[in-house]
Design a protein around this ligand. Sequence first.
Ligand code: NAG
Ligand code: NAG
Ligand code: NAG
Ligand code: NAG
Length: 408
Amino acid sequence: MANIAAVWLLTISLVAWHCSCLDNGLALTPPMGWLSWVRYRCVTDCKTYPKDCISEKLYMEMADHLVSDGYRDAGYVYVNIDDCWSALERDKDGTLQADPERFPSGIKFLADYMHKRGLKLGIYGDMGTKTCGGYPGSKFFMESDAMSFAEWGVDSFKMDGCFSTATEFPISYPIMGQWLNRTGRPILYSCSWPVYMSHLHPSANYTQIAEVCNIWRNSRDIEDSWAIVQDIMSFFGKNAVNLSAIAHPGAFNDPDQIIVGNYGLSYDQERVQMAIWAILAGPLLMSNDLRNIREESRELLLNKNIIAINQDPLGIPGTQLLAGDMQVWMRPISPKGSFALAFLNFLINGGGPKQVETKLTELGLTGAGSYNITEGFTGKFIGLFKPSSTLTVRVNPSGVFLVVARPV
Ligand SMILES: *[C@@H]1O[C@H](CO)[C@@H](O)[C@H](O)[C@H]1NC(C)=O
Ligand SMILES: *[C@@H]1O[C@H](CO)[C@@H](O)[C@H](O)[C@H]1NC(C)=O
Ligand SMILES: *[C@@H]1O[C@H](CO)[C@@H](O)[C@H](O)[C@H]1NC(C)=O
Ligand SMILES: *[C@@H]1O[C@H](CO)[C@@H](O)[C@H](O)[C@H]1NC(C)=O
């Protein structure tokens, strides 16, 4: 162990120079796809749960549905493995290996399977000694793990931060970024770094994070729960200005997975998650069962107008303009001078839909001419408004009214 530690320190001193390795050409808009964690966690008992266990079959079946049900063509191309995919031990050469029972064909096979269908494969690891689920971590093995991923044809790597210490994050994440870069294969780099730093001092340095990672998880893990969606939104609302200033094409905040189509959200709440993730320029990584999903949820996930806001090429994340029970969020989109605006109703005792009247100038719509305002989900024309005029919308309880305003 002493030797390994010495090699580790040497590695740190060799590669911890300033480097803009991130220039991999990926995530110019927020990545879209599917990720197993929220819905399937670390289910490894394939005998009892053959449809739900972390296995090559699960990822292949999801890939098939991404293709056949229109998701791939709407932009959802990443199929991302999360924790608990590997064997509990590395092989005798120290190489990571997939669990032989659950992934009998191996990861390269799975990557080929995705590529043949116009999809991409993502994988998961951890910068510490173990993954959060107790599988082998990449500490002391970053170079060889990066090489394994590249050899297998992996397209995205999410590195978690369990089983490590606070001082390691700003050092180890850049090191892994450098090893990924050196493989020569463009691999989208998803970092959990700020999640682990946000409760610590000094807090995460987002300038550095955006130089190293394509996407980064800022706040707590999402769960299949409306309360947790609101909690994450509240974090982004409070820090909206700083978080928005840091992100740009190639480097985005990650409010975590899309839970639309699961158990925890009503239809209106699902619309809120889609609208706010679009405003935040958050990755759209669904974690749900595409084999068995409500049609209204599928249509929402495939909504072209929402996806267009999420994928806006300017890549400027929005901010919360107004906090509280009746909220307003806004994102600048193209063409220049246009905005997506989300009105939210979080009143507990407000009865039915709540009417909101706002002067456009109060929303920052101060252009010289008029605005053409359309409804955000349907694209339906609402009206032409001068900045001095008042926009009136009705917002459902725990719901959203989304509009797009374009200067004319
Ligand atoms: C590696 O980093 C260099 C320098 O930033 C960049 O030009 C190159 O495209 C990167 N390569 C990959 C595969 O990410
Ligand atoms: C944050 O990171 C940037 C870029 O690496 C660096 O220039 C800056 O000094 C860092 N800020 C702090 C407070 O460490
Ligand atoms: C932005 O970050 C600075 C420095 O970390 C902090 O002082 C400030 O309160 C933050 N502002 C917002 C709006 O979060
Ligand atoms: C306003 O937008 C609608 C919907 O996109 C479009 O059909 C209409 O032509 C636009 N009107 C003007 C005056 O730009």
